[in-house]
Design a protein around this ligand. Structure first.
Ligand code: MN
Length: 257
């Protein structure tokens, strides 16, 4: 079994190391991860500068490459150049901080798994719902458990699993809930300052908006459950297709020519 591990917190992140340690029992671990923090880069890819490899050593990994690229770059490069054969599974994480609701759109962690799904490989994104909880071992054990389930079953095409784990010990986990992606989000604020030469700059900050939803990834992980959400690559709003097709959009009626 060949397992490709990536993340967006960077190759030095403790969440990635705990994940590799837990998954090692399954087989050959390939780590291809950004050489620095790449959180919230979404599905960006690097096209206008070279991607370079840096030798690295992650304990328990069989092959490790740090690259100056994004999470999506990592999985693309691993699959097309670095690995002699495609991976059997892609696991991204374990991210520092939850990836629920609208954050899924910005998440580099989810994007590494998305890249796996684009290439037809079963893929999981795993996040720990805390910026301060330092023990990634419970989340890593959950990741191993869910990965074993995924390997026994078959994910549908173009589908990845987004997993969020509450910041508690294994025996404090209340269970696993399969839930939809919610609408939870951050409200951004910008801190405005001046640099040492007097030029104004902005630095983004934000706070999570209180939830007005139930039974979603964000609500359930905050209630102490591991959440598992199937994410599909097709962003089309299928239920709206036929209504939209009935809107007046005829080119002939628009006097465009
Ligand atoms: Mn991150």
């Amino acid at each position: 079994m060949r397992i490709l591990v990536s993340n967006d917190d960077g190759v030095q992140a403790p969440g990635l190391h705990a994940l590799v340690h837990a998954l090692k029992v399954l087989g050959d671990i390939w780590v291809v991860a950004p050489d620095r923090e790449q959180s919230a880069v979404g599905h960006a890819i690097t096209m206008y500068e070279p991607i370079r490899l840096f030798p690295w050593d992650v304990p328990d990994a069989d092959h490790t490459f740090a690259i100056n690229g994004t999470p999506a770059d990592c999985v693309k490069l691993a699959m097309t150049e670095l690995m002699p054969q495609p991976p059997d599974v892609v696991v991204s994480g374990i991210n520092r901080g939850e990836n629920t609701g609208i954050s899924v759109i910005y998440s580099g962690t989810v994007s590494a798994a998305t890249e796996g799904a684009i290439n037809g490989v079963p893929s999981l994104a795993v996040s720990l719902a805390s910026f301060s909880f330092a023990d990634y071992r419970p989340a890593a054990r959950v990741a191993l458990h869910l990965l074993q389930t995924v390997l026994r079953r078959k994910l549908p095409a173009d589908t990845l699993l987004n997993v969020n784990v509450p910041p508690v010990s294994l025996h404090e986990l209340k269970g696993i809930r399969v839930v939809r992606q919610g609408r939870s989000r951050y409200q951004e604020t910008f801190v405005k300052r001046a640099d040492p030469r007097g030029k104004v700059y902005y630095w983004m900050d934000g706070a999570s908006v209180p939830l007005e939803e139930t039974e979603t990834d964000a609500t359930e992980v905050r209630s102490g459950y591991v959440t598992v959400t199937p994410i599909h690559l097709d962003l089309t709003h299928h239920d709206f297709l036929s209504e939209l097709a009935g809107w007046p959009m005829d080119l002939s009626a628009a006097n465009l020519r």
